[in-house]
Design a protein around this ligand. Structure first.
Ligand code: ATP
Ligand code: MG
Length: 249
C-alpha cells in the first residue's frame, strides 16, 4: 500500500466472473476533482464496478487503485482508511427512518475523528444549506420525497468530509425537476469542494450535465472511455443506438 499512483481511481485489466463474466479486462481511470459517469444496460456490471471501488468486492485478476492506493489486496483495516476518503450514496439513501434529518447527519458527523460537540449545529446547518434542505432539519425521512431523501443521503455522506463520492443511480425514480436539482448539487460539490465523483446512471441528461468523462460498459467490456463530448464520435453501433434514442437507458 505504499506506492502512490497518479490517478485517483484506476482499474487496470480488471476481471470479475459470477455466473458469467461480468467485468472483462476493464480499464479506466478517474482523476482527482473529476466526475466520471458509468453507463450501460441493466446487469452490465455498473454496481459491481462501484463495489470494487469500495473494496466490497475483489477482482479475480487485475488491479484496483483508489485514493491513489492499490487496494487490490488491501486488508479490512486498510479499506476502512480508504472508506473515510471515498464514500457511497446508495440508491435507497439508506437513511434511518426513526431519526430526523438532523439526527441522520449527526450520526455520520459523530464518526469523524475531529468531531467537536461545540460546533456541531453549525456543521449540520452548513451541510443542509449545501444541499438546499435547511427547512427539513426536523423532518423524518418518511416525510420526504425520494429526491429529498437522496439529498439528505448526500449531506450525510459529506459530513464525513470525503474526497470522493460514488453515486449509484442518483436520479432513478425522481421527477425531472428534482433530477435537475440533484445534478446542480453534484456540480456544486465538484466546484466548491473539488470532490471527485463516479456516477452510475441510466440518465443521459445527467451524464451530459455532470460528467467530464464517461465509461460505457457493454457485455462486460469497456466499449468507450473518454470525454463525454466525444461520445457521439464513437462508431460502436451500441453507442450510436444509445445516442439516437436520446432517452433514459
Ligand atoms: N455478489 C454477487 N454475487 C453474485 N452475482 C452478483 C453479485 N453482485 C452482482 N452480481 C451479478 O453481476 C451482474 C452485474 O450486476 P450489477 O448489479 O453490477 O448490474 P448493474 O449494471 O448495476 O445493473 P442495474 O442497472 O440493473 O443496476 C448481475 O448479473 C448480477 O446478478
Ligand atoms: Mg446497479
Amino acid at each position: 500500500m505504499s506506492e502512490t499512483y497518479p490517478h485517483y481511481i484506476e482499474f487496470r485489466h480488471v476481471y470479475k466472473t459470477f455466473d458469467y463474466p461480468v467485468l472483462v479486462d476493464v480499464n479506466f481511470h478517474v482523476d482527482a476533482g473529476e466526475t466520471v459517469a458509468i453507463i450501460g444496460r441493466s446487469g452490465v456490471g455498473k454496481s459491481v464496478t462501484l463495489a470494487h471501488i469500495m473494496g466490497f468486492l475483489k477482482p479475480d485478476s487485475g488491479q484496483v487503485i483508489v485514493a491513489h492506493t492499490d487496494i487490490t489486496h488491501a486488508t479490512e483495516d486498510e479499506l476502512r482508511r480508504i472508506r473515510k476518503k471515498v464514500t457511497m450514496v446508495f440508491q435507497s439513501g439508506a437513511l434511518f427512518d426513526s431519526m430526523t434529518v438532523e439526527e441522520n447527519i449527526l450520526f455520520s458527523l459523530e464518526l469523524r475523528e475531529d468531531y467537536n460537540e461545540a460546533n456541531k449545529d453549525e456543521i449540520v446547518d452548513g451541510l443542509l444549506d449545501m444541499v438546499g434542505l435547511k427547512a427539513y432539519k426536523y423532518s423524518f425521512p418518511s416525510d420526504l420525497s425520494t429526491g429529498y431523501k437522496r439529498a439528505v443521503a448526500i449531506a450525510r455522506a459529506l459530513a464525513a468530509e470525503p474526497e470522493c463520492i460514488l453515486y449509484d443511480e442518483p436520479t432513478t425514480m425522481v421527477d425531472p425537476i428534482m433530477s435537475d436539482d440533484l445534478a446542480n448539487l453534484m456540480l456544486r460539490l465538484k466546484q466548491e469542494l473539488q470532490l471527485t465523483s463516479v456516477v452510475v446512471t441510466h440518465d443521459v441528461d445527467l451524464m451530459y450535465r455532470v460528467a467530464d468523462r464517461v465509461v460505457v460498459l457493454y457485455e462486460g467490456r469497456v466499449i468507450y472511455f473518454g470525454p463525454v463530448a466525444d461520445l457521439e464520435k464513437s462508431d460502436h453501433p451500441h453507442i450510436q443506438e444509445f445516442i439516437a434514442k436520446d432517452e433514459v437507458w
